[in-house]
Design a protein around this ligand. Structure first.
Ligand code: SF4
Length: 432
């Protein structure tokens, strides 16, 4: 059963009399279990919809969808499928007290993998899930492979019952499903020969495996360190070597790099990022693969639309990972806008200094840096605008430590904006 959270004005849902709190029970006699059923079954031009109003009245509606009219029904959020693994590197275990509630959910949900590109291990699939993936053609799926050797993978997942991943991928591939995959590299467990074998096995799949990202394990000060530790620079270089070798072969044989090291892997290895073309359309940019090159490309593409900000001073707050790379990006922005950009890299006091990504910086960290830029009378000392990484807040505008962006902005002595790529935040008027 699904419940309606909202109905858009003027939509077909409104014409049908659906309102918030109504239950959507079945379409053409098929029970509606979650948003996938709704989206696939309600996509037909005509169907029989069985509902129950929040007053308890059951209704059977003959729906005919006029062309171009959206259903306009927003569903209540789905119940997240929980993970049955216990990886030592699980980010959930790496959270300190006070973390935003949603960060404490161990999700492993093939539905979110299809919809949002969240990585799933597929280790908790029931027969019914398999059927749905095939029937609805949920493709591409984003799959955490980590290792194709079943014993190594089970050890990493700490799940002795995890099904073998290669037969699973084979079965889905036969049904037309494609995959973007990732390997989180844990030194001494799935690197070196295991990594090479995993890449060879996935490569042998051919077209169904669309891409592989190789990402060094990320740990916080609160992670369990029984099985895992951060890779050394030499280990990162060896992993990158395996990536480069396989990517060179893939480019010759298949015309794309196919396997990509995450930005973090390059940083750890002390290696320069490859050029933007090497990322083949940035398929895994959300996984930190090619994020810097992607950002540079966005700025270059938007250059003509950026305003002249001569004489303005823009403060850019980021994590320590981007801190070292930012000057190069900001130089370009300075040339285009004639503003002065100052970057402050904030060490993560919430998760510990090993967490370097801007997206996991706590609101309190931003508050402290911005507050220190005040002139003591509530105004900013020489800063016209501060830009905070938009990926650090969730959809409700809340940072990892449950501090809201609204609270940070209200306390700051200068205007503050969230920004993904600068060009999205520099168009509007800046106080001078
Ligand atoms: S698969 Fe591992 S890392 Fe992912 S949620 Fe489960 S335990 Fe955590």
């Amino acid at each position: 059963m699904l419940r309606v959270a909202a109905v858009a004005p003027g939509s077909l849902g409104e014409r049908l009399g659906l309102t918030r709190g109504d239950e959507l029970l079945a379409i053409n006699g098929r029970e509606l279990v979650d948003f996938l059923d709704w989206e696939f079954l309600a996509a037909d031009e005509a169907f029989l919809l069985h509902t129950r109003t929040h007053a308890g009245d059951e209704r059977r509606l003959d729906v005919e969808r006029p062309e171009g009219l959206a259903m306009g029904v927003v569903l209540e959020p789905p119940k997240i499928r929980r993970c049955n693994n216990r990886c030592d590197f699980c980010f959930v275990d790496g959270n300190p007290d006070g973390a935003r509630k949603a960060l404490l959910i161990r999700d492993d949900d093939y539905r979110l993998s299809f919809r949002y590109g969240n990585f799933a291990t597929l280790s908790n699939l029931k027969d019914r899930d398999v059927q749905r993936i095939l029937e609805y053609r949920l493709s591409p799926l984003y799959v955490s492979v980590h290792a194709t050797d079943p014993a190594v993978r089970r050890r990493l997942l700490r799940n002795p019952k995890a099904p073998e991943i290669l037969p699973q991928l084979e079965m889905f591939a036969a049904g037309g499903i494609r995959f973007h995959t990732q390997i989180v590299v844990v030194p001494g467990v799935n690197d070196e020969a295991v990594l090479e074998r995993s890449l060879a096995d996935l490569y042998a799949f051919g077209a169904p495996v669309l891409s592989v990202s190789v990402v060094p394990v990320a740990l916080t000060a609160f992670s369990r360190f029984d099985l895992v530790r951060a890779p050394t620079a030499a280990e990162a270089r060896r992993a990158l070597g395996a990536v480069r070798e396989r990517a060179a072969r893939a480019r010759t044989e298949r015309g794309s790099g196919w396997v990509y090291g995450s930005d973090e892997l390059y940083v750890l290895a002390g290696a320069p990022f490859p050029p933007a073309e090497a990322y083949d359309g940035f398929e895994q940019v959300e996984n930190g693969v090619g994020a810097v090159r992607y950002l540079e490309g966005l700025i270059a593409a938007q250059a003509g639309a950026l305003p002249d900000l001569a004489g303005r001073h823009v403060l850019v707050l980021t994590g320590t990972a981007m801190g070292a790379l930012m000057p190069r990006v900001l130089e370009v922005l300075e040339r285009i806008t004639r503003a002065r950009f100052e970057c402050v890299a904030i060490e993560n006091a919430f998760y510990g200094p090993s967490v370097t990504t801007a997206g996991l910086l706590p609101g309190a960290g931003f508050q402290a840096v911005l507050g220190a830029r005040g002139d003591g009378r509530g105004a900013a000392a020489g800063v016209d605008l501060a830009l905070l990484p938009a990926e650090a807040v969730n959809d409700d505008g809340v940072f990892v430590d449950d501090v809201s962006f609204a609270a940070v902005a209200a306390a700051a002595p200068m205007p503050v904006r969230l920004s993904y790529h600068f060009t999205d935040a520099l168009g509007a008027e800046i106080a001078g």
